[in-house]
Design a protein around this ligand. Structure first.
Ligand code: AMP
Ligand code: FES
Ligand code: ZN
Ligand code: ZN
Length: 317
């Protein structure tokens, strides 16, 4: 993206007989674009992805999970601009300044797009992430992932939305794919698809930015003057996904298009092979809260019990 030739013109403007200067070069698409046409390119790419994977239509009520970061805000902006019925959902994780700032940015953005932002606070529902971290021996991020998925699903159902859209981008998906391949986590590879269809209490989950890189999303927010939280969650430090991202970005620099090729190649060639029938456990319902779960008691209820034993929360099923 950085290797913009001096004096390069926007290729779309050129076809219209205009000579606007390009401000961005997308090496793996071999495209030089002006700001206006970059925004258009980005939104078209999101729409194409939504259609390619039959994620949802303009009739569906979509709940966008927003973290206050660039990806989810870029996604929400693009969906609203494209005419989708998309509202926001924010989970206040109770991680000090990080949560405070990201919440404010999400609220500020909701006002800008004139759409409701639903908020759930872990302090009220369960316990803030730093407390969860204290009573578990797993990395905070892994408990946090399960907690986020639980509340996204429960709240979307409660509020009458049929789709949850997250801001996972190509870099996220490729890092997960790389990790799962490195460790041959077949169980996870089988489920790595940009659409997870609704089943037994789970709502449909989609990732419309799965073909957009982190840099592309960042540029879209900058061009649209969207303010977002620029630093990562303090618990993400040292996560292996960050190492994988760095490694893959080095490869991408040398060979533009590697990430996209790896990901789309997996979806086209490997994912279908993995769908052959094997015995997979089926979801049932959690005995305590009634939400869908693959075990008798779901991970959030297990956490609640642990927290109540340690005197951190009043259990309220
Ligand atoms: P992450 O797991 O932090 O990389 O985030 C991946 C996606 O999950 C984001 O793009 C959002 O769509 C969603 N997400 C992350 N954190 C939150 C949050 N606190 N509230 C709502 N959605 C979130
Ligand atoms: Fe959940 Fe970092 S965002 S632990
Ligand atoms: Zn142009
Ligand atoms: Zn439960």
């Amino acid at each position: 993206m950085s290797k913009l030739r001096k004096g390069a013109r926007c290729q779309i403007c050129k076809t219209k007989g205009e000579t606007k200067k390009a401000v961005v070069y997308l090496p793996h698409h071999r495209l030089s674009l002006c700001k206006e046409h970059y925004i258009q390119w980005f939104e078209k790419r999101v729409e194409k992805t939504i259609k390619e994977f039959k994620m949802f239509s303009k009739k569906d009520k979509v709940l966008v999970a927003v973290s206050g970061g660039k990806d989810s805000l870029a996604l929400w902006n693009a969906l609203v601009k494209l005419g989708y019925d998309a509202d926001g959902f924010y989970i206040d994780l109770g991680i000090d300044d990080y949560s405070q700032q990201s919440k404010e940015l999400a609220q500020q953005f909701a006002q800008r797009v004139g759409r409701p932002l639903h908020i759930v606070s872990l302090k009220e529902e369960l316990a803030p992430i730093p407390e969860v971290d204290r009573i578990t021996n797993k990395p905070a991020c892994s408990s946090c992932g399960a907690i986020k998925r639980y509340y996204m699903n429960r709240e979307a159902k409660k509020l009458g939305y049929s789709i949850i859209a997250t801001g996972h981008n190509l870099d996220d998906e490729v890092a997960v794919l790389f990790g799962n391949t490195l460790h041959w986590n077949i169980h996870y590879l089988k489920k790595q698809y940009p659409v997870l269809m609704e089943e037994k209490g789970f709502i449909r989950k989609v990732k419309p930015l799965c073909k957009i890189t982190e840099k592309e999303a960042a540029l879209y927010t900058v061009f649209n003057e969207i303010e977002y939280i620029e630093y990562e969650c303090p618990f993400s430090e040292g996560a292996s996904s960050i190492e994988y991202k760095e490694l893959l970005s080095k490869l991408e620099e040398q060979h533009p298009g590697t990430k996209l090729q790896f990901y789309t190649g997996f979806l086209k060639k490997m994912y279908p092979l993995l769908q052959e029938k094997t015995e997979e456990s089926q979801p049932t319902v959690c005995k305590l809260c009634g939400e869908p779960s693959f075990t008798d008691i779901c991970s959030v209820c297990k956490l609640k019990e642990k927290l109540s034993k340690s005197g951190n929360v009043s259990v309220n099923h």
